[in-house]
Write a protein that binds this ligand. Structure first.
Ligand code: PMP
Length: 432
């Protein structure tokens, strides 16, 4: 039945599909950390809707709240409603008190890319500047500006006309340092390079409208930024009056063990972008939180029909309540440590170049031990082997050679243990 639905999809939908190419199943239903395909096979879901399902599939308490809200009001444009008011309060309550005082919130539409576009437009309007600085390997979405800010070149090539100006700088990707340094021998040269380019009137770059950063690059291969790198980028942008945008679409809402990842870096961004897990159950909603000093927008400056998803608001409030009640952030940290311990076994395999992550966002990078070339074929075989043995994982990174783990944040120890066993077996079965 999966094969039949995949074939029908192949015939009728565009070839821009992604996930089913690597994970050839048709989904029927899900519960918690498990999903079932239409043939009745049950999988541990460590993709979790691309990091969206923070409380797993169809969490019963969220389902109840959504059903109740559906009965009351489903869509509210940008009118104030009790559900929206509570959601806004709940979101602001997750910020530290002084930051909360300074921040305003704007609803941006359903997707992460919508919110990235809003962040960029806001910073351009507030600074009167044009270009943006982004980092190599970044992913910020597939709309025009968001794609321009993303590293991968091939999808940009055919639509390059009229794209916003973006300057790319190296990210602190230490296991593949472009100049061959090791974390010990390096004094965050990547930040030095950016600093130099921004200050050099003789061939540097014009002051940008913003610098946008993922604290942990997600699609780029689960790469946590070095703390000293991030702090230097923050100091530099502050000194030069450049707004810093933290794209927390993937890292936000608890994924890395704190509500936002920037908290772990001891910095405060000027704009925070959030979307994926805001509702906890996969209902689309996106927003930016931004320093009120940037609030130069006039009415109608950034609008959209789908900015009033009451179901997502109601679910999001309940998701935060559940996360507090069940100490889900504590679970993220504990299960993260468990994952780190179990995945450490993998480093004995010469084809495993790096195992890295934060909270419940982990990546296993595969590369040829002789020359370091990304082992895309092996990563693909590992993914397929894991699927056959009941575990869904995604791949990412510059060459799709990083196996990526994004379990629900309330995943239990036994599920983590089983998933790790499947993955460890898959790597030892597939590495040469
Ligand atoms: N930013 C980041 C960091 C992301 O990981 C993603 C999605 N993977 C996006 C933006 C885009 O979000 P969406 O797919 O909802 O447009």
């Amino acid at each position: 039945r999966s094969a039949e639905l995949l074939a029908r999809q192949e015939r009728r939908e565009s070839s821009a599909r992604t996930y089913p190419r690597h994970l050839p199943i048709a989904l029927a239903d899900g519960a918690g950390s498990f999903v079932r395909d239409v043939d009745g096979n049950v999988f541990i879901d460590f993709l979790a809707g691309a990091g969206v399902l923070s409380l797993g599939h169809s969490h019963p308490e969220l389902v109840r709240v959504v059903a109740r809200q559906l009965d009351l009001l489903a869509h509210g444009l940008d009118f104030p409603t009790p559900a929206k008011d509570e959601f806004t309060e709940a979101q602001l309550s997750m910020l530290a008190p002084e930051l909360r005082e300074r921040m305003k919130l704007h609803f941006c539409g359903p997707t992460g890319a919508n919110a990235v576009e809003a962040a960029v437009k806001l910073c351009k309007t507030a600074t009167g500047r044009g270009d943006i600085v982004s980092f190599q390997g970044a992913f910020h979405g597939s709309t025009h500006a968001a794609m321009a800010l993303s590293g991968l070149v091939s999808p940009k090539e055919p639509v390059r006309n009229g794209m916003p100006g973006v300057h790319f700088f190296p990210y602190s990707y230490c296991s593949r340092c472009p100049v061959g340094l090791t974390p010990d021998s390096c004094a965050t040269n990547c930040a030095t390079y950016l600093e130099h380019a921004l200050n050099d009137g003789n061939g540097g770059i014009p002051l940008p409208a913003a610098v946008i950063i993922e604290l942990v690059q997600g699609e780029g291969g689960t790469i946590p930024a070095r703390t000293d790198f991030v702090r230097r980028v923050r100091d530099l942008t502050r000194a030069l009056g450049i707004p810093l945008i933290a794209d927390e679409v993937q890292t936000g809402c608890g994924r890395t063990g704190t509500w936002f990842a920037f908290e772990q870096y001891g910095i405060e961004p000027d704009v925070i972008v959030a979307s994926k897990a805001l509702s906890g159950i996969g209902l689309p909603v996106a927003l930016i939180l931004y320093d009120a000093a940037l609030d130069v927008w006039s009415p109608g400056a950034h609008i959209g029909t789908f900015r009033g998803n009451q179901l997502a608001f109601a679910a999001g409030v309940e998701a935060i309540r559940i996360m507090r009640r069940d100490d889900v952030l504590g679970n993220v940290r504990r299960r993260g440590e468990q994952l780190a311990d179990r995945l450490a076994e993998l480093t004995a395999d010469p084809w495993v170049r790096d195992v890295r992550g934060r909270g419940l966002m982990w990546g296993v990078e595969l590369a040829d031990p002789d020359d370091g070339t990304p082992a895309t074929g092996i990563a693909s075989a590992v993914q397929a082997h894991a699927l056959r043995h009941g575990l869904i994982v995604e791949r990412g990174g510059r060459d799709d050679a990083v196996v990526r783990l994004l379990p629900p944040l309330n995943v239990t120890p036994d599920v983590v243990d089983t998933a790790c066993s499947i993955l460890v077996d898959a790597v030892s079965a597939c590495s040469p």
